[in-house]
Each structure stands twice: as structure tokens, then as C-alpha cells.
Design a protein around this ligand. Structure first.
Ligand code: PRX
Length: 595
């Protein structure tokens, strides 16, 4: 594939940026011409931020899987689309070429159809990091079903809430998942989700860990059996459903400042173009490169930079089932060495935790294939930036610091590898199409350089959130009401003397723990559900590894607790049940009044 819209120099960046502001419709129309459409759009952009209503490529018809799979078959059918490395390094890795992935996606799309999944239906996917997760995701997109992927670390209650909110009738899961030294009993969690549930029609279960699981007649079916049935039907083909540009592609739940997670809805055409455009430009992707994004597909980073960005570019996307420290802290570097990874995209938390193990572990690893490094998810501190640059990039690889959010779909502020300047701890400059403003508490725009304020976006970009599922008012209130006619990010931001942007962290009630967003209200709700707790307050505090740690102040009713230590453990257990272990506070302090 060639990318005529790939920016090649700083001058080119400045010209592209200017055009994206002066003539946004011409700019994005020319880029969109490089994709596969069933029908071209009538109008590039219609929008207002008051409702809000945002429509990109209105009237266009397409299917994202044709862009991610079919269009690569002729020239790149034998190129690896996904390389998969298992949790256990002794297990054989797997490679799926574009031809093979295309075949498997169509096959599983037929499984979905055989089981009654239709265009517009919501399908929850709760799996570990195995190729079948990508296959299931793309199969949904193939037939126009809306996927809602739930990270494997969420509890039954958290899944039930998301299932309910999305009114999903189908779940795709696996018996279990391998993650580091732990096995996660996915199906058993799903069984807890479904106690008393009468709306879920089908649960499709892939075999990964082969732990004993319960399979309920007429509801639970094995992935492998269903694939056999499709094979027996003898039709390997599944047409790509014709989707409107603005049809929802997926829902992804994220924590906000109220107790309930919200379902961020992304569109088909705008999201695809944004994921692709940013992938090609930020990482300066060249055909043949191996791209390793270490995120989980359960988060937006995995959606955009394991699946849709790389695959729409015909790239080879490396998918890793495990964790950076298993079986030892050299695992990422072994993977880079083994698969000759060219682009490595990870989170500051991972870098900091690996830094703590020292550099001895790097001695026998060959990292010479690396060309570009990236970070995402939280501000990166100077020390981690320099460690990454020196020990992993050997001072030869640019580090792209990509600032973005679940709601923005893909990277918004970032340097472009070897093309635009980088600056440690700075996300640097906005992508073309991203018009920024810093505002003060009163809503005034803060002009000039060497200033800080609340980060807003004043003009639509193709990959932006369209609504919060089932509750458009919430989308309006959360993002478009703080500042009139602006999208408010919830982040604080500095613009330095050179006009470079540095994100300073959230200014709302959301914590960023190891790059994961946790709303304080959601966590307080979970703690308050514990018997014996009267009230609680959550605050973040600086944490060496996680960026932010969670500190919980809790008022007990003074009746139930035998020992404070036991009560603490009970509260942690309650949180694990209600949200998942990722939300466990680092410290719980019992107090008589809240700060
Ligand atoms: O505070 C910002 C931080 O992560 C938040 C978005 O979290 P989430 O929706 O989970 O998406 C994470 C992956 C895109 C932002 O509001 N954040 C993300 N990237 C950066 C960052 N903070 C500083 N620098 C970044 N590069």
C-alpha cells in the first residue's frame, strides 16, 4: 500500500495542518479518497457542538473490514496481518496472513449470522488477548453488529452493567485466559453475569485454557462446533454489510465523573480514517514493518493500534497474550528480538516497572530492529523518557508521545517519528485536523505561549465520539457543556514558549492509574456498597510506578468490624466484585470525617 497522505517533513506537516484548518472538507475528502467505499459520501462534514451532532462523510457507504482485509488480498494476501505471541514463551506463536485472517473473519461472521446476530445488534466480547478476539471483533464489523469489548480484568458486576446498558443479547468469550502466572476464569465470570439474566440469547465460547466450565443448553455454544457447522454448510464467503459512514462501529465503556461508566460510541467511516491517518503519520509506518502495541484490545489503544489502524494500513500487527514481567522482566525485549519488531508502542507505567529491574536483563537481547518507540495513556516523566530513549531506543529511535482519549478515537497531539520535533515529556503538536484551545475556569481562551489551562478542542475531527450509548444528553453534558461550542477533554495542559503541548493530567474526578481511567465516583459507589461503610472519598496521589495511586478515606459505622485489617480486606474484596481488581485502592485509611 502507499499512503499519499503520509507527511514527510516538518514543512509538510505545517502545510497539512494549515490546509486542515482552512479547508477541512477538501483536506479530509482527499484523504478519504484513498479508502474502499461502496458509495462515496455526499458531504464531508456537517456538525454542531450544541446538540452535539457530528457527521463525517455523510451519505457514504462502506464496510471497515473491506478496508482492513479485502483490499489487501490481491497485493498483500500473504503478508502477516497478525503475529501472536502466547503468554507462555514455550507455546508456539501463531501467524495469520491477510488471506487467513480474511477467511477466518468471514467464517466467524457466518457463525454470528447462524446464531441470529443481525446488523445493529450489540455483541459483548470478553476474551483474553488471542487472535480470536481480533477475529470476533472484525466479524462483528463484517456484518454490521456493534462490538462492545470488555477488558478481561472487569468483574461480573461490571460486565453486567455494561451488558445491560448496551442491551446486548450476545456474548463472545473463552473458557479462560492466560495472563502472566494467573489463569482468568472468563466463562465462570460470564456465568456469574448471567445469573438471573433473561435477555442474553447466546454465549459463544472459544477454547483456550480448557478449564472445566458450565455450558447451558440452548444458550452456551462452543466456537469450534459452530465453525464446523459453517464449514459443513460449504460457503466460506460472507459479504461485507453495507454500512452508512455514521453507523456505529463500536461501543467502549469508560469511567467518568459519575458513578456509572459511559458507553463511548464511535462511527464507522470517521473512526476508520482517523485510526488509519494517525497510525500512518505518527509512527511513519512503512510497508513491511512489524508493529507491536502492548495494550490490551479491551482498551481503546488496542482497538485503534492493534486492530483498526494497522490492519487498515496493511501492516503486521503483533499481539501479545501475556504481561511484561512474565516469565521475567525481559519478556518485551525477547519479543522484540524474536519478531524483529520495528515499532514498539507502550505505556509509561510499563516502562517504569521494567526500569526498576535494571538493564542487566537487556544484555543478551537484540533490539536493533527497533526504529520507532511510542508511549500513551499518561504523562511520561523525564526519567522514564530518558531510560526508554537510551536503553531501548539506543538513542536512535524517536519516541512519539501520543496524547488522546477513548473519546477521541486515536492520537490527537503527538510528534511524528523523524518528521516533527520531539521534546521529552511533551506530546508536542496537534495532528492535522485537531484545533486546540486552552481555557480558564471562566471559559476565557488563554492566548499566547508559556501558558496553562484546560484543554479544549474547537472543531470536529473524524474520529471523535458521536454519543454516549443510550443517553445522548450525558454526552452533551460531559463533553460539550463545560465550554460553549467546545469539546472539553477533562485534561489540564501547558503550552510552552515554543508552542509545544504538555498534558499535565486530569482536572476532573477521574484518576489515571497505570494508564487506566478510574472515576472516583464509580469507586466510591463500590466502596459504599460494603456493609459497614457509611461514606468514602477517593483521591489520587503520586505513585512511582502507576503514575497515580488510589487513596481511600473510609468512614465505618463502627459496628461490624472485628479487626481493621480484615475490614480493609473485605472492602478490597467488595471492590474486586463490583468493578474488578484494577480498581483496588493502594491505601485505605479509616477516618471519622472526610477530607
Ligand atoms: O489524561 C489523559 C491521559 O489518559 C486520558 C485518557 O484515558 P483513556 O480514555 O483511558 O485513553 C488512554 C489511551 C489513549 C487522557 O485524558 N493520557 C493519554 N495519553 C496521554 C495522557 N496523558 C499524558 N500524555 C499522554 N500521552
Amino acid at each position: 500500500m502507499s499512503f499519499p497522505y503520509q507527511i514527510k517533513s516538518f514543512e509538510d506537516y505545517k502545510a497539512s495542518y494549515k490546509k486542515s484548518v482552512d479547508q477541512p472538507e477538501v483536506f479530509w475528502g482527499e484523504i478519504a479518497d484513498n479508502f474502499a467505499w461502496k458509495k462515496k459520501w455526499d458531504k464531508v462534514l456537517e456538525w454542531n457542538f450544541t446538540e452535539p451532532k457530528i457527521e463525517w462523510f455523510k451519505g457514504g457507504k462502506l464496510n471497515i473490514t473491506e478496508n482492513c482485509l479485502d483490499r489487501h488480498l490481491e497485493l498483500s494476501g500473504d503478508v502477516p496481518a497478525i503475529i501472536w505471541e502466547a503468554n507462555n514463551p514455550t507455546e508456539k506463536s501463531r501467524t495469520l496472513t491477510y488471506k487467513e485472517l480474511h477467511f477466518k473473519v468471514m467464517q466467524f461472521a457466518n457463525v454470528l449470522k447462524n446464531n441470529g446476530v443481525q446488523k445493529g445488534d450489540r455483541v459483548c466480547i470478553y476474551m483474553g488477548m488471542i487472535p480470536e478476539l481480533a477475529i470476533a471483533t472484525l466479524a462483528c464489523a463484517r456484518i454490521g453488529a456493534i462490538h462492545s469489548i470488555i477488558f478481561g480484568g472487569f468483574s461480573a458486576q461490571a460486565i453486567a452493567d455494561r451488558l445491560d446498558d448496551a442491551k446486548a443479547e450476545f456474548i463472545i468469550t473463552a473458557d479462560g485466559a492466560f495472563r502472566g502466572a494467573k489463569d482468568i476464569p472468563l466463562k465462570s465470570v460470564v456465568d456469574d453475569v448471567l445469573i438471573g439474566n433473561h435477555t442474553v440469547k447466546k454465549v459463544i465460547v472459544y477454547t483456550r485454557t480448557r478449564v472445566p466450565i458450565s455450558m447451558i443448553k440452548d444458550r452456551d455454544i462452543w466456537w469450534e462446533d459452530e465453525v464446523e457447522k459453517v464449514e459443513a454448510q460449504g460457503n466460506p464467503f460472507c459479504p461485507a454489510e453495507s454500512m452508512d459512514s455514521e453507523d456505529p462501529l463500536f461501543i467502549l465503556y469508560t469511567s467518568g465523573s459519575t458513578g456509572k461508566p459511559k458507553g463511548v460510541v464511535h462511527s464507522t467511516a470517521g473512526y476508520m480514517i482517523w485510526a488509519n491517518y494517525t497510525f500512518v503519520n505518527v509512527f511513519q509506518y512503512r510497508p513491511g514493518q512489524v508493529h507491536f502495541c502492548t495494550a490490551d484490545i479491551g482498551w481503546i489503544t488496542g482497538h485503534s493500534y492493534i486492530i483498526y489502524g494497522p490492519l487498515s494500513s496493511g501492516a503486521t500487527s503483533l499481539m501479545f497474550e501475556g504481561v511484561p514481567t512474565y516469565p521475567d522482566a525481559g519478556r518485551f525485549w525477547d519479543i522484540v528480538d524474536k519478531f524483529k519488531v520495528n515499532i514498539l508502542y507502550t505505556a509509561p507505567t510499563a516502562i517504569r516497572s521494567l526500569m526498576a529491574f535494571g538493564t542487566d536483563i537487556l544484555k543478551d537481547k537484540n533490539l536493533s530492529s527497533l526504529e520507532v518507540l511510542g508511549t500513551v495513556g499518561e504523562p511520561i516523566n523525564e526519567e522514564a523518557w530518558h531510560w526508554y530513549n537510551k536503553n531501548i531506543g539506543k538513542e536512535k529511535c524517536p519516541i512519539v508521545d501520543t496524547w488522546w482519549q477513548t473519546e477521541t478515537g486515536a492520537a490527537m497531539i503527538s510528534n511524528m517519528a523523524n518528521v516533527t520535533p520531539s521534546k521529552p515529556t511533551y506530546a508536542t503538536l496537534p495532528m492535522p485536523g485537531v484545533q486546540l484551545a486552552l481555557r480558564d475556569e471562566q471559559g476565557n481562551i488563554i492566548e499566547g505561549n508559556g501558558v496553562s489551562g484546560n484543554l479544549c478542542i474547537t472543531f470536529p475531527w473524524p474520529g471523535m465520539i458521536r454519543t454516549t450509548y443510550g443517553d445522548h444528553e450525558r454526552c452533551k453534558q460531559t463533553y460539550f457543556s463545560t465550554y460553549e461550542n467546545n469539546y472539553f477533554t477533562g485534561d489540564g495542559c501547558l503550552r510552552d514558549e515554543e508552542g509545544m503541548y504538555r498534558i499535565t493530567g486530569r482536572v476532573d474526578d477521574v484518576l489515571n492509574v497505570s494508564g487506566h481511567r478510574i472515576g472516583t465516583a464509580e469507586l466510591e459507589n463500590a466502596i459504599n456498597m460494603h456493609t459497614g461503610v457509611i461514606e468514602s472519598a477517593i483521591v489520587g496521589y503520586p505513585h512511582d510506578l502507576k503514575g497515580q495511586g488510589i487513596y481511600a478515606y473510609v468512614i465505618l459505622d463502627g459496628v461490624h468490624h472485628e479487626s481493621e485489617e480484615l475490614t480493609r480486606k473485605d472492602i478490597l474484596q467488595t471492590i474486586t466484585r463490583i468493578i474488578g481488581a484494577i480498581a483496588k485502592p493502594d491505601k485505605i485509611q479509616f477516618v471519622s470525617g472526610l477530607p
